[in-house]
Design a protein. Structure first.
Length: 512
């Protein structure tokens, strides 16, 4: 995602990966509504839809294999799209397919992931970074302006940069996860077995596009110690033994494992996202329990936040813009660690396991908003509210809304206006979109948003909020000005249509 954000802005970058081949398996099994909006911005919704599928529901069983609850997603209001949130009904899609879609996007810009390329050492000075990389037994020194470590919980970049990774490893148990073929269960449902005294026993989640299932089960330290050494060849037998011992549901059989992982949850976070010209993103910066599926989503958002800022600094903006990355993302990461830990413990508590998981599936999670739609940067260094005219505030996510072009009646969405690398100015009320100096031509697009009873403005820069969804989503009752950042968050709000505050904001951020 970070490379995509840089490449589409014309920034030269290299992506190195020490693995000899791309991962397969369903490490992450879907995209949150907010992550889907990132893929909309890249123009990749069709690719995601073609590679994903929809879940009908989830069945919960007791330890004897009896269905004790069924949650159907099609009847869940929280899973239905709305004018402001078009992607609530998120797809099931394996992480390796998501990664492949992003790699194909990168290929449009002649950028490829360089496999079997291991970072050995790095140094930095006031002008750049030198990375010593080993590939096919040969060493290469890569000179770059910046380096970003997206290299996971055991990050070489983080260690080389001297950034601490504080937290704890939970010693109470292990998680045994993987992708495997399953027969004997309805593939239209995710299946979860719960014991009234032990809590969650096992989860089996079908991945239709893969032709296999994701599985997850907990292991106590005692069970882990006696678990035979598990390989892909022996995984089916190991999982079958665990399933038969814990559940004993006849007719369910396992075969052909394609991916495995056994680990203990780590709850850790860095003390800073930056050391000079070195940055960290994703699991290199924060790791937490998998409860709620926040790992890949949070990592994508890190990259999305950092990418446009790096591009502007490389094109002349003040270096201070890069400090806003930590200011905005560190509070988010801290909250994810706190809430995912609380959710994981609730999942493990026998008395509340089913209800806690059902709440998450139905969008009623009591710990946090796993859609990440409510994540905001209010009060941050890039958020300016000129007054209290608008209901929405600077730092909030910019909602979608259907409109039509005043000029020809063609249907359009606000997300269509946002799509790309520019800022977007929305001028609500009875005024034309303000004009700006030519220096901002590539950085800003401006539109007037008018009501259907006011058609005095008819040009290609005027949109009609035909059903009132835009005015409602942005909390506009009269006139209002909304400046949307390139990453889909609101930078500035106000009721004054004077362009000078917008020019000041753009100058401060972009350096132009």
């Amino acid at each position: 995602m970070l490379a995509c954000e840089l490449a589409r802005r014309g920034i030269t970058c290299r992506v190195i990966d020490q693995e000899p081949a791309y991962h397969i398996g369903s490490r992450a099994r879907g995209l949150s509504p907010r992550s889907m909006e990132l893929f909309d911005d890249l123009g990749l919704i069709e690719e995601i839809s073609a590679n994903g599928s929809r879940r009908i529901g989830t069945r919960f069983y007791d330890g004897d294999g009896r269905i004790i609850r069924e949650v159907t997603m099609t009847s869940n209001p929280a899973a239905q799209p709305s004018p402001d949130v078009p992607y609530r009904n998120i797809p099931i899609i394996s992480q390796h397919r998501t990664e492949a879609i992003l790699r194909d996007y990168l290929a449009r810009y002649n950028v490829a992931v360089e496999l079997d390329s291991k970072l050995i050492d790095l140094t930095q000075d006031a002008t750049g970074v030198v990375a010593a990389v080993q590939h096919a037994g040969k060493m290469e020194e890569i000179y770059a302006r910046y380096l970003v470590g997206c290299d996971g919980g055991s990050s070489t970049v983080r260690k080389s940069a001297g950034i601490s990774f504080r937290g704890e490893t939970w010693e109470e148990g292990y998680l045994f996860l993987g992708s495997i073929s399953v027969s004997g269960l309805d593939p239209d449902y995710m299946h979860q077995w719960v014991d009234p005294t032990r809590g969650m026993l096992m989860v089996l989640d079908p991945m239709p596009r893969e032709g296999n299932w994701w599985f997850g089960t907990g292991l106590s330290p005692e069970e882990y110690r006696v678990l035979p050494t598990t390989s892909l060849e022996t995984a089916s037998e190991t999982l079958q033994s665990l399933f038969d011992e814990r559940i004993g549901m006849p007719g369910v059989r396992f075969s052909n494992a394609v991916w495995l992982s056994t680990y203990r949850p780590n709850i850790r976070i860095i003390d800073r996202f930056r050391n000079g010209r070195i940055f960290l993103a994703g699991d290199a910066a924060h790791v937490h329990s998998p409860a709620g599926g926040q790992g890949m989503q949070t990592s994508l958002q890190d990259a999305y936040n950092l990418g446009w800022k790096l591009a502007y600094v490389l094109n002349g903006a003040a270096d201070a813009l890069l400090d806003t990355y930590e200011a905005e993302r560190l509070p988010v990461a801290l909250q994810v660690l706190e809430t995912s830990s609380a959710r994981f413990k609730a999942f493990a508590l026998p008395s509340s396991t089913i209800q806690a998981i059902s709440n998450v599936l139905q969008g009623k999670d009591s710990f946090s908003d796993i859609t990440q739609l409510s994540v905001n940067y209010r009060g941050g260094p890039l958020s300016r509210d000129l007054d209290d005219t608008t209901g929405i505030r600077a730092g909030d996510r910019a909602p979608d809304a259907p409109c039509i072009y005043a000029e020809n009646g063609e249907q359009v969405r606000l997300f269509d206006m946002f799509r790309g690398t520019h800022f977007t100015l929305l001028a609500f009320g009875n005024q034309v979109a303000p004009h700006f100096p030519a220096a901002y031509g590539a950085d800003l697009r401006a539109y007037a948003i008018t009501r259907p009873d006011n058609m005095t403005l008819v040009d290609k820069h005027t949109l009609v909020d035909i059903d009132g969804h835009a005015y409602h989503a942005y909390g506009i009752t009269g006139e209002g000005l909304i400046l949307v950042r390139p990453d889909g968050y609101i930078g500035l709000t106000g009721g004054n249509v004077d362009p000078l505050p917008v020019i000041d904001y753009l100058h401060d951020v972009t350096g132009r």
